[in-house]
Design a binder for this molecule. Sequence first.
Ligand code: SAH
Length: 500
Amino acid sequence: MRGRVYLVGAGPGDPGLLTVRGRELLEVAEVVIHDRLGTGGLLGHCSAGAILVNAGKAPGDVAMTQEQINAALIEYATAGRMVVRLKGGDPFVFGRGGEEAEALLAAGIDYEVVPGITSAIAAPAYAGVPVTHRGVATAFTVVTGHEDPTKPDTQTDWRSLAKAGGTIVVLMGMGRLARIAAELRAGGRPADQPVAVVQWGTTTRQRSLHGTLADIAEKADEAGIGSPAVVVIGDVAAKGQELAWLTGPLRGRRVVVTRARAQARDLSSELRRLGAEVVELPTIRIAPLPAPDIAEALGVIRRYSMIVLTSVNGVDVLFDALADRGEDARAIPASATIVAIGPATESRLRDRGIRADVVPERFVAEGILEALASIDLDAARILVARARGSRPDLVDGLRARGAEVTEVHLYEAVPEPVPPLELERALTADYLTFTASSTVRHFVEQLPDGAPEELSPRVITIGPITSEAVRERGLRVAGEATEHTISGLLDALLSDAGRA
Ligand code: SAH
């Protein structure tokens, strides 16, 4: 069977700007040949078994030539593999995607093109610059600045381009910015025509600069702004000063989320809203236990006078197990006292149709014991449904007060292997967040040389137990949530970021 090659646009850098189709293909690709620019952060979508080939230049390494890339595409596809060729921005905008398609066609290989969001439009947009604007610009031209505008054999006639009017968007133009500006002026563009330069557009490293045709090259030099950047020339460029919208207290910070993927979403989207670049590095996965004792406990669920749930996952697994038995919330006795460890668990219970009677002030096992201090537990029949590997303190504490406790292990957190590239991004991040001791343990176990003396990212935890797990491994905790919830964790991170 012959394979197939997908020429997929990765978008300009912000991982959220990959298309849905692109992501679906990455998830199932057997081979991914990617560039260096604009594709970082997307490789986390690849399956664990995918072969990843970096066609771009790694520091100290040489990039693959276009011929080598074409040959590799053909070779993998001929071997029957499903290949994604992941290219920054759009594959057909200065991406040599057309050449790759030609080579595939010549070799008789099936291919498909998945357009991407080009930096030519997206980088200006992220700097508040609309490339067209009613009454200001009715056209835009995207042009490469790679060629020397003063050489006779250049294919770009900058002077005619200047006369044609409209917005000019230059890619790969930083090396020749002064000469391009001079040519455009020679073609009739005024010296005070606004110019915006957007470097690393849509990424957390985005920087933008405003000037005019007369001074932009010098300003860029002074500010140290070079490639990769998009240059926008025309009156719309000035709009960026009014319309700039990219803000947020965590702008420019990279934050790692180590929670299980299924649970990472709340934290990740909140971090993104605050302007952070998020690296999702799930170190654990929630594996429901195929436990006969769950069934047994559920079979007699009506005899419990109290049911304690200590996590959102616990609620999910418990109700899924009830559903498997053809039952629902009505199986839980109305007379039972329902205890939720914190607001997230409480809210998930509410989703499932159950109101929690007790939510402690401190969202840890000891908090539950405190919250139950005034309740007579003598001879109470308590079901504690939670993760395997939980600390024994809660169950011991309840038993010490005379309760008859059944503990059921609903699920366990199993390690999730981390792709080495993602681990590298995590280790150079500004922050690592941990929401459970198990995530700390599995993160450290994945490090190539075990626990290091020091980590460069600052560590923020959800609470004291998780912090303890960090310190036990000789690492420093920079911030700890006062309220042991996701929003508490965000507060701790924000307050550290204000200080750090
Ligand atoms: N196919 C790509 C362009 C590849 S050419 C696309 O559609 O975006 C490489 C040039 O694109 C760089 O020199 C730079 O001018 C521009 N570029 C790519 N990513 C960029 C980014 N995130 N910010 C600014 N410019 C970028």
